[in-house]
Write a protein that binds this ligand. Structure first.
Ligand SMILES: *[C@@H]1O[C@H](CO)[C@@H](O)[C@H](O)[C@H]1NC(C)=O
Ligand SMILES: *[C@@H]1O[C@H](CO)[C@@H](O)[C@H](O)[C@H]1NC(C)=O
Length: 437
């Protein structure tokens, strides 16, 4: 008995040791990557690399990356490790310009895990990579043109007027308010109106469903923690265990809102001027830039630039779906014009499968990117304004003056003329740097 137990224990220790040794090897084998290339790098910790503080929520991304940035003081760039995966950080502004503009065709992938089939929200412009990304970007490009964004102005204005009315009540009674919360609700109303095309009524009802979901997304709960931890430590596991970007509840809510709205609009033949409508037009294969030669030229330039992007193999996805995968790309990556009547863009649209899930993914990313960042920057900006009352006074003077010139009407052009306002907002962003993107 004793003998048996002893040998069992010995075997167990041996197995554990072997497993540990293998894991150790697996997680550290790449650690000489930057050294071999002669690139300066920050010494990684076995199993964790350099991003563990952020993975564990001990630091925000802005703080974490700033610290790493300073560890590389004096270098133009340097290497890091995301657990075992080598990353590079550029510090020199000229180099950064190359990465973001001139040589962007080599740097468009962001290395974030995505799974079009099981996690539809992940099939968005920020996360997709390679050919699927390329296709999506070409499809969506005109929707993000500033002239198209302009049509959203009246929706933003509507929400802003609601906010003014809401605050008037408190102002007239000199009551204290939690501005951060109010602004988050305002931003939620704004983004749900512009992107989803529905009124979320969060300003009036703090417990609206949109607001609830928004809070769930950013709350540092166990789900986000786990997702983040895996994302930083081992993106492959994320896929293996099918851990989605957000809980099923959140994903389901957003996808459903989009589906219901699409149905409703279709049934009642409603066309509302918003972002969703632009996407619906893409789904119906309507070229949102028809009769727009200028735009078509831009599109062709885009295609040319995109052609330089390295071709990408996507074995993993090609067998699974339907949507933005390789099967929709035409030979040579883009359609050719054979006759004068069909624009290249129209032909392109005819080949693209842009379905409900794709629409939901784009709209969701609008929501994610839109409400928290807007609320946070507005809060900080207002805080700074309260500390610098001379700036506040000057800003107010400018707004009054411009509005007077426009007969008291708050229009897109009036807003465009408020230069000092632009400086204040930009200055706020610059000072805060709470968001690393
Ligand atoms: C947006 O569209 C207008 C006209 O359709 C065009 O002149 C302009 O160059 C486009 N802008 C961008 C950034 O593509
Ligand atoms: C409102 O939505 C528009 C369009 O999505 C966006 O550009 C703008 O920044 C948003 N504003 C606020 C205050 O959330």
């Amino acid at each position: 008995m004793g003998l048996l137990f002893d040998s069992f224990l010995a075997e167990l220790v041996l197995v554990l040791f072997a497993v540990f040794a293998w894991l150790y090897y697996y997680f550290t084998a790449s650690f000489n990557h930057w050294k071999l290339k002669g690139v300066p790098y920050i010494k990684p910790i076995p199993f964790f690399g350099n991003l563990i503080e952020m993975g564990l929520h001990r630091k925000t991304q802005a703080e974490g990356f700033r610290e790493l940035y300073h560890k590389l003081d004096g270098q133009m760039f340097g290497g890091l490790f995301q657990t075992r995966i080598p990353m590079i950080m550029f510090r020199d502004p000229e180099l950064i310009k190359h990465v973001l503009i001139k040589d962007f065709s080599h740097f468009h992938d962001r290395g974030m895990p995505h799974d079009i089939e099981n996690d539809p929200i992940s099939a968005n412009l920020v996360i997709l990579e390679g050919q699927p990304w390329k296709n999506l970007r070409l499809t969506l490009n005109p929707a993000f043109n500033s002239s198209k964004m302009r049509i959203l102005f009246h929706l933003v204005k509507e929400c802003a007027e609601d906010l003014c009315r809401y605050l008037d009540k408190y102002a007239s009674e000199s009551e204290n308010v939690d501005l951060r919360d109010i602004l988050a609700r305002y931003a939620t109303d704004n983004i749900s109106s512009c992107a989803f095309g529905v009124k979320s009524n969060s300003l009036k009802n703090p417990h609206s469903k949109f607001r609830e979901m928004g809070e769930k997304i950013i709350a540092p709960g166990s789900w986000t923690n786990m997702h983040r931890l895996f994302r930083y430590t081992s993106p492959a596991l994320l896929k293996y265990f099918n851990i989605k970007s957000f809980s099923d509840e959140v994903t389901g809510f957003f996808v459903n809102v989009v589906k219901e709205t699409l149905e409703y609009r279709e049934k009642n033949n409603i066309e509302r001027k918003d972002f969703l409508n632009l996407l619906i037009q893409l789904k119906k294969k309507i070229d949102i830039n028809e009769n727009d030669d200028e735009e078509d030229k831009n599109y062709e330039d885009d295609l040319e630039k995109m052609d330089n992007i390295d071709d990408y193999s996507f074995e993993e996805e090609s067998s699974t779906t339907t949507t933005m995968n390789g099967d929709i790309s035409t030979p040579n990556g883009h359609p050719k014009t054979e006759n004068g009547h069909v624009t290249p863009r129209k032909k392109w649209l005819d080949t693209v499968v842009f379905d409900e899930n794709m629409i939901a993914a784009q709209v969701c990313v609008f929501f994610l990117g839109g409400f928290e960042t807007a609320a946070t920057s507005m809060s900080f900006c207002l805080y700074e304004l309260s500390l610098n009352q001379d700036v506040q006074r000057r800003l107010r003077e400018e707004i009054d003056l411009v509005l007077k010139e426009h007969k008291g009407k708050f229009t897109y052009n009036a807003l465009d003329q408020m230069e000092y306002l632009d400086h204040v907002v930009a200055g706020g962003y610059y000072m805060l740097q709470f968001n690393p993107y």
